[in-house]
Design a protein around this ligand. Structure first.
Ligand code: UFG
Length: 335
């Protein structure tokens, strides 16, 4: 029988793509989302992609009652925990909100899991836990730190899981440190849909391409990189989604925890992304160079060996796929 998996935040950007990947791999995912950063029609769109009804529960990880309700209604064998606040800048303005949602939400979830006897969890972590890493590409053994409240919540969540794992060995965790997920499902039915002004590079460029925003501001062109702009490890969201399938399979197969990076190992600068997106949409995209953004680092590149060794994970999509799928999604939104 298909294993039932709870996806907290399953209606969001990475959650919805992971839903599709889990369905394709024979799991029975159930979405649990408060729709604070997702559109209500995601379930319909997922139904169109998967050709089957979607199980979607409205609920909040900050509500122990909501969590208890979903665990009582379903017999989950595993959980993927996406629900969290994720904007670095906002976290510096509202640190308590970040602690409340990201740490409080995780604690509530762990309590509900414990009550129901489900002890298999895949956790959405982030390359932000590496802070300003000195050695690139960054391996999972690199020292961890944090430079803002958002980063702190990912760091602290990992520490919490590690303490549980050490003291209660029947729990198993797959901790996935995402680098920069971008792009959209090939159907163009789901994709990234940030509310308001996008914080991240590709969604921002996407809105320059549609004409909603006049130009991109390149945050600094004086970094010690090949063209002076920041270099990141962009990874297609469908590769990230597949990483969750591999992680769950490994947890069920081995009963042992793992912690890995999800990246490609390939770095692209802001100008690389701008040019690749311009090719994908067939337009010149305006930009201006502005000052560095506070807290940014020159380069973040994933070491990919451990994910390959532990999970058999290797990214399949390239930068062209990332930009073209993002653009197809943006075009499909025009109505
Ligand atoms: N950038 C611009 N202009 C913009 C937006 C971004 O030049 O309008 C640049 C940034 O300076 C950086 C690169 O594009 O060099 C990527 O920036 P993003 O905001 O897209 O991504 P970050 O690498 O800064 O942050 C992402 C996630 C964080 C996470 C971090 C971990 O958004 O949640 O990766 O590495 F913490």
């Amino acid at each position: 029988m298909a294993k039932k998996i709870l996806l907290t935040g399953g209606a969001g950007y990475i959650g919805s793509h992971t839903y599709v990947a889990l369905k394709g791999a024979g799991f029975e995912p159930v979405i649990f989302d408060n729709f604070s950063n997702a559109k209500e029609d995601v379930a319909e769109r997922l139904e169109q992609i998967c050709g089957e009804p979607v199980q979607c529960v409205h609920g909040d990880v900050l509500s122990p009652e909501d969590l208890r309700g979903v665990f009582e209604a379903h017999d989950f064998e595993g959980v993927v925990h996406f629900s969290a606040l994720k904007a670095v800048g906002e976290s510096t303005e509202k640190p308590r909100a970040y602690f409340h949602t990201n740490l409080g939400g995780l604690l509530n979830l762990l309590s509900a899991m414990r009550e129901s006897g489900c002890k298999v969890l895949v956790f959405s972590s982030s390359a932000t836990v590496y802070g300003d890493a000195q050695v690139q590409p960054i391996s999972e053994t690199a020292p961890c730190s944090f430079t803002n409240p958002y980063g702190y919540t990912k760091f602290a969540s990992e520490q919490m899981l590690e303490q549980i794992r050490t003291n209660e060995p029947d729990w198993v965790f797959g901790v996935l440190r995402y680098f920069n997920p971008v792009g959209a499902h090939t159907s163009a039915l789901i994709g990234e849909d940030p509310q308001g002004l996008p914080n991240n590079l590709m969604p921002y460029i996407a809105k320059v391409a549609t004409g909603e925003l006049p130009h991109l501001t390149v945050f600094g062109d004086d970094y010690p990189t090949k063209d002076g702009s920041g270099v990141r490890d962009y990874i297609h969201v469908m590769d990230v989604a597949r990483g969750h399938v591999l992680s769950l399979n490994k947890l069920f197969e081995t009963g042992e925890s793992h912690l890995v990076n999800l990246g490609t190992g390939q770095g692209y600068s802001v100008f690389d992304i701008l040019n690749a997106y311009s090719d994908a949409c067939g337009k010149d995209l305006a930009h201006v160079v502005g000052p560095r953004r506070e807290g940014d680092v020159a380069q973040l590149l994933a070491g990919t060996e451990l994910a390959q060794k532990a999970l058999g994970f290797k990214a399949r999509y390239d930068l062209k796929d990332m930009c073209e799928s993002s653009w197809a999604w943006m075009e499909s939104q025009k109505t």
